[in-house]
Design a protein around this ligand. Structure first.
Ligand code: ADP
Length: 447
C-alpha cells in the first residue's frame, strides 16, 4: 500500500543513518528502506577509524593539525582528482562531525596514524573495536530511541519523478510486492558497486575475475535508478583494489605484513613477483597464478614484529606449522618446493639481493618457527566514483542542474576521494555528508 512521508532514505549504512538521524532531529518525518534483512551495509566492515582534523583529542595529544593539512594530504592521496569543494567541506566539518557522533553516544577519542596522513588523525572506536561496529551500535540505538521508521527487506527499485523533480521511490518487498513511498525529498545512500562484477568490469575491464571485500548488496542499484533523470556520474572508473584479501571470508591482510617480511608463493611453492610492487602489479601477478590465488608465507619473527598480524592470528586466519614442510602440506601446496623457495630467499636475504625479482626490502630471514601461511587473492575494495553532488549533497544532472528533491551521500557519490581513497576517509565521508544530506533535505521539505 502506498505511503507518504517528508523524506525517504535509501540505505542503512553510515550515510543513510546519519541522514535519517539528522533529518529526524530537524523535525522531518522519515522513512528509511534497506534491501538487506539487516542494517549497516559496508559500514559494518569499516575497521580503521575516522579521519578528522584539529579535534580536541588531537590537541590533547599535542598533535598540530588543520583542515588545510588534511585537505592537502587527501588531495595528494587522491591523485589530485578530488572535487575541491567537496573535499573542503569534508575536511572542515570533520571535527564537528566527530563531536556530533559523540553526542549520539559514540566514543572516538583514540587517535592514531594511518597511511597517507602526515599527522596522527585517525579516530578509532573504544578498546580497539572496529569503528563500523561501534558506529552501527550507536546508530541502532538512536534509530530505536527516535522511533525512526526503518523498513528492512525493502528494496528501492525506481525513483518516482515529475520532470526534473524527485517525488519518492517505488519499493519491492522480499515477497515481490511493490508499493510507492511518496516523499518531498529522496536521499540515496545505497553505497558503492564493488560487489557487482558486471558494473565493475564495465568501467574497469582489467578487474575481471577479482573478488570483493564488499557486502553482497553493494551492487550500485542507484546507478540504474538515476539514469532516467540523466544524473551526472563522476570518477566512475576509479575503483580501488587490494591485493591480499582472504577469499570468501573477505578479510583484508594489511600490506604491512609483506613490508614486515612475508613473501608470496603460488601453489607450486614458488615466488612469482617482487612482493612490494604496487597494488595493481601484485594483484595482476596473483591472478595469473593457478587458482588465481597465492599464499603469504612468514615466520614467527614477522608475527612478533607486526602488531597487525596478531589480529589475524587471533581471528584464526593463519595456518601455523612447526616446519615449512608441514606448512606446505597443510596449505596443500608443493611442500618441497616451498622449503627450497624459502631457503633461496634466505640466501638472498643474507646478500640483501633478490636475484630473481628485485625486491628491495628483504626484512627478515624466514627461519624461526612457527611458520605461517594464508591464502589470499586480490579483491575490489572501494568504488570512488558515483553520482555527482554539490556541497549541499544535491544531485546534479548532465546539464549541471540540481534535481529538485534528490540528495545523495556516501559511497554512492563520487568526487570526495578522487582517484584513490585514503584509509579512514570513508567513515568521514559517510557521516559528514550523510548529516549534511539530512539537514538540507529537512530544510527543503519545510519550505
Ligand atoms: P555508505 O558507506 O555509503 O553508507 P553502505 O554500504 O554502508 O554505504 O550502506 C549502503 C546500504 O544501502 C547497504 O545496507 C545496502 O544493502 C543498501 N542498499 C543498496 N541498494 C539498495 C536498494 N536498492 N534498496 C534498499 N537498500 C539498498
Amino acid at each position: 500500500e502506498d505511503v507518504s512521508t517528508d523524506i525517504v532514505i535509501v540505505g542503512t549504512g553510515g550515510a543513510g543513518l546519519s541522514a535519517a538521524i539528522e533529518a529526524s532531529n530537524q523535525g522531518a518525518k522519515v522513512i528509511v528502506v534497506e534491501k538487506n534483512a539487516f542494517m549497516g551495509g559496508n559500514t559494518n566492515y569499516a575497521t580503521g577509524g575516522m579521519n578528522a582534523a584539529n579535534t580536541k583529542y588531537q590537541r590533547e595529544k599535542g598533535i598540530e593539525d588543520s583542515p588545510e593539512l588534511y585537505y592537502k594530504d587527501t588531495m595528494e592521496g587522491g591523485h589530485k582528482k578530488n572535487d575541491p569543494s567537496l573535499l573542503k567541506v569534508l575536511t572542515e566539518k570533520s571535527a564537528d562531525t566527530i563531536y556530533w557522533l559523540e553526542e549520539l553516544g559514540a566514543n572516538l577519542s583514540q587517535v592514531g596514524r594511518s597511511g597517507g596522513q602526515s599527522v596522527d588523525r585517525i579516530h578509532k572506536g573504544p578498546e580497539g573495536m572496529p569503528v563500523g561496529t561501534h558506529l552501527m551500535d550507536v546508530f541502532d540505538q538512536q534509530v530505536e530511541k527516535m522511533n525512526i521508521d526503518v523498513r528492512l527487506n525493502t528494496k528501492a527499485i525506481e525513483i518516482l519523478s515529475e520532470g526534473n523533480k524527485a517525488t519518492g521511490i517505488k519499493v519491492q518487498n522480499r515477497d515481490g510486492n511493490t508499493y510507492n513511498i511518496n516523499a518531498k525529498a529522496v536521499i540515496l545512500a545505497t553505497g558503492g558497486f564493488g560487489a557487482n562484477p558486471e558494473l565493475v568490469t564495465k568501467y574497469k575491464p582489467e578487474l575481471e575475475g577479482f573478488g570483493t571485500t564488499n557486502q553482497p548488496g553493494a551492487t550500485g542499484d542507484a546507478l540504474a535508478m538515476v539514469e532516467k533523470l540523466d544524473v551526472a556520474l563522476t570518477d566512475i572508473k576509479e575503483i580501488q583494489t587490494h591485493p591480499t584479501v582472504v577469499p570468501k571470508i573477505n578479510e583484508m591482510i594489511t600490506e604491512g605484513v609483506r613490508g614486515d617480511g612475508a613473501i608470496l608463493v603460488n601453489r607450486e611453492g614458488k615466488r612469482f613477483i617482487n612482493e612490494l610492487e604496487t597494488r595493481d602489479t601484485v594483484s595482476k601477478a596473483i591472478l595469473s597464478q593457478e587458482g588465481k590465488t597465492a599464499f603469504l608465507i612468514f615466520d614467527q619473527q614477522v608475527v612478533d614484529t607486526a602488531s597487525a598480524i596478531k589480529k589475524y592470528k587471533d581471528a584464526g586466519l593463519l595456518t601455523e606449522a612447526d616446519s615449512l614442510k608441514e606448512l606446505g602440506e597443510k596449505l596443500k601446496i608443493n611442500a618441497t618446493e616451498l622449503e627450497n623457495t624459502v631457503n633461496t630467499y634466505n640466501a638472498y636475504y643474507k646478500d640483501q639481493n633478490d636475484k630473481e625479482f628485485g625486491r628491495r626490502t628483504l626484512t627478515v630471514e624466514l627461519t624461526k618457527p612457527s611458520f605461517y601461511g594464508v591464502e589470499i587473492s586480490p579483491a575490489i575494495h572501494h568504488t570512488m566514483g558515483g553520482l555527482k553532488i554539490n556541497t549541499k549533497t544535491e544531485v546534479i544532472n548532465n546539464s549541471g542542474e540540481v534535481i529538485e528533491g534528490l540528495y545523495a551521500a556516501g559511497e554512492v557519490t563520487g568526487g570526495v576521494h578522487g582517484g584513490n581513497r585514503i584509509g579512514g576517509n570513508a567513515v568521514t565521508d559517510i557521516t559528514v555528508f550523510g548529516k549534511i544530506a539530512g539537514e538540507n533535505a529537512a530544510s527543503f521539505v519545510k519550505e
